[in-house]
Design a protein around this ligand. Structure first.
Ligand code: NAD
Ligand code: TYD
Length: 339
């Protein structure tokens, strides 16, 4: 089996590559990544020289490059993790989100149509459903919840999902989609809530909580997400959307306090800063469908996952300190300087 993983030098894609290496050592894995600010070859160091692994640097929106890679590599399966993934950056500059997340998905779908694949899987997000109110804990996102996006990021991801549905129906292509809740775990770029708070706390820097910090996210350990995608590849039904989440809702402020406690840092580091524009209040996935149809259940409890994650950031300081000392420094100043 020849498996093409786009965005494999990023957070979830790299964890997926590690997961697949263990689970299906006989698969030929090709990681295709543009290596944007969020892609990091250091992450893939451990697999780079393995015989069943190949890295190709390319942009999913570059039609010529993508067609020639498909012509040469003839992937059986394509998993699209590649995306611009940070909501705050999408608010600052939406264009690249449309180029990569929408046009890039279209190029990949066209390539799959032209060269033929057994499966194209689109890695999407629960953010396509918009948000839920805080005072209705009985409400959850199901696969039937209408798309109702808030940010340029979620709008671009929803657009890509609609394209996938259209290609599946019109051209009868073997497409599946998964919509997962917030992930956490090793190799997450330190612009996202959990790694940013760990890195800042370790440096005794302010911990910038947007608004009151009452927004709720539904956190899933990244390996559980990877296992769900693998299951969808093996047993998922073409044309189907699968929601992935583990019923682990947490307020942002509680996550930040938990990180302070785990690192023995004072809560006085917490600084409430100007809220994100259009900030979604609550995300919450109902994972009944994937559980009943494919037997998926998360394996990692949040208490264990966050402990492992914090330990990973302590043990791998070089990985994220390298990132923080580069272009990221200017980004941080721009985003948080006068917030
Ligand atoms: P990430 O930002 O850490 O990684 C994205 C990767 O895609 C990087 O390696 C980057 O170099 C690559 N990339 C970006 N533009 C590209 C292009 N034009 N061509 C080729 N490669 C390109 O993102 P992530 O958190 O790992 O998210 C992966 C996928 O999962 C995304 O599609 C995202 O929407 C989705 N998702 C993420 C979460 C989450 O909590 N992080 C939750 C649900 C869904
Ligand atoms: P983030 O990790 O950016 O994921 P998403 O916006 O895709 O859910 O943010 C998670 C939550 O944390 C979100 O409600 C915004 C909030 N947040 C902060 O309060 N401060 C920060 O510095 C960041 C990056 C996020």
């Amino acid at each position: 089996m020849n498996v093409l993983v786009t965005g494999g030098a990023g957070f979830i894609g790299s964890n997926f590559i590690f997961y697949m290496r263990e689970k299906h050592p006989d698969y030929q894995l090709i990681c295709l990544d543009k290596l944007t600010y969020a892609g990091n070859l250091a992450t893939l160091q451990g697999v780079m020289n393995e015989p069943n692994f190949q890295f190709i640097r390319a942009d999913i929106a570059d039609r010529e490059a993508i067609y020639s890679i498909f012509e040469q590599e003839k992937p059986d399966v394509v998993l699209n993790f590649a995306a611009e993934s940070h909501v705050d950056r999408s608010i600052e500059n939406p264009s690249i989100f449309l180029e990569t997340n929408v046009m890039g998905t279209q190029v990949l779908l066209d390539a799959c149509r032209k060269y033929g694949v057994q499966r194209y899987h689109q890695v999407s997000t629960d953010e396509v459903y918009g948000d839920l109110p805080l005072d209705r804990p009985d409400l959850f996102f199901t696969e039937k919840t209408p798309l109702h996006t808030s940010s340029p990021y979620s709008a671009s991801k929803a657009s890509a999902d609609l394209l996938c549905n259209a290609y599946c129906r019109t051209y009868r292509m073997p497409i599946t989609i998964s919509r997962c809740s917030n992930n956490y775990g090793p190799y997450q770029f330190p612009e996202k809530l959990i790694p940013l708070m760990i890195a800042n706390a370790l440096a005794n820097k302010p911990l910038p909580v947007y608004g009151e910090g009452l927004n709720v996210r539904d956190w899933l350990y990244v390996e559980d997400h990877c296992a769900a995608i693998d299951l969808i590849l093996e047993k998922g039904e073409v044309g189907q959307v699968y929601n992935i989440g583990g019923h682990n809702e947490m307020k942002n402020i509680d996550i930040v306090k938990l990180i302070c406690k785990a690192l023995d840092k004072p809560e006085s580091l917490i600084t409430h800063v100007t809220d994100r524009k259009g900030h979604d209040m609550r995300y919450a996935i109902d994972p009944t469908f994937i559980h009943e149809k494919l037997g998926w259940l998360p394996q990692t409890r949040f208490a264990d996952g966050i402990k492992k994650t914090i330990q990973w950031y302590l043990d791998n300081r070089g990985w994220w300190e390298n990132i923080i000392s580069g272009e990221y420094e200017q980004y941080y100043e721009r985003m948080y300087g006068n917030r």
